[in-house]
Design a protein around this ligand. Structure first.
Ligand code: FE2
Length: 133
């Protein structure tokens, strides 16, 4: 899953953070393709965990600052993702994963960045809260 214009929101800080998330997914796909083993996949997931937490906190602070009406639903998406990611990390360590990690991350990131984060970015830009890229 390469970075492309589909994921560009026009807010440099958010775009930079989303690039990091997508780079983690690329690393995970490479580790799986190279059959690098569950531990290598686990390390990438822990990195994704750290990057995504920072990304989510930044977004949610901006939502509070600018009274984004979709905050509760958006924050729930973040919380659900964080919980699922931890479950997947545990599964990787127990060798129980059968390709579901890759599919889940790909689908979630595409949907969340492409739809939910785009909606929030449009709100910030329309409100004049942040200068576009
Ligand atoms: Fe988000």
């Amino acid at each position: 899953m390469d970075w492309n214009k589909e994921y560009e929101l026009g807010i440099p800080e958010l775009d930079a953070q989303h690039r990091q998330l997508l780079e983690c997914l690329e690393k995970l796909e490479a580790a799986e393709d190279e059959k690098a083993g569950e531990l290598a996949v686990y390390f990438v997931l822990t990195q994704l965990d750290a990057y995504s937490r920072v990304c989510f906190v930044v977004e949610e602070i901006l939502m509070r600052l600018f009274d984004y009406p979709g905050l509760a639903a958006h924050a729930k998406e973040h919380a659900d993702f964080a919980a699922r990611l931890i479950a997947l990390e545990q599964s990787e360590l127990r060798h129980e994963v059968h390709g579901e990690t890759r599919k889940f991350l790909h689908d979630w990131l595409a949907q969340h960045i492409g739809v939910s984060d785009r909606r929030f970015a449009r709100f910030l830009l329309d409100a004049g809260a942040i200068s576009p890229d």
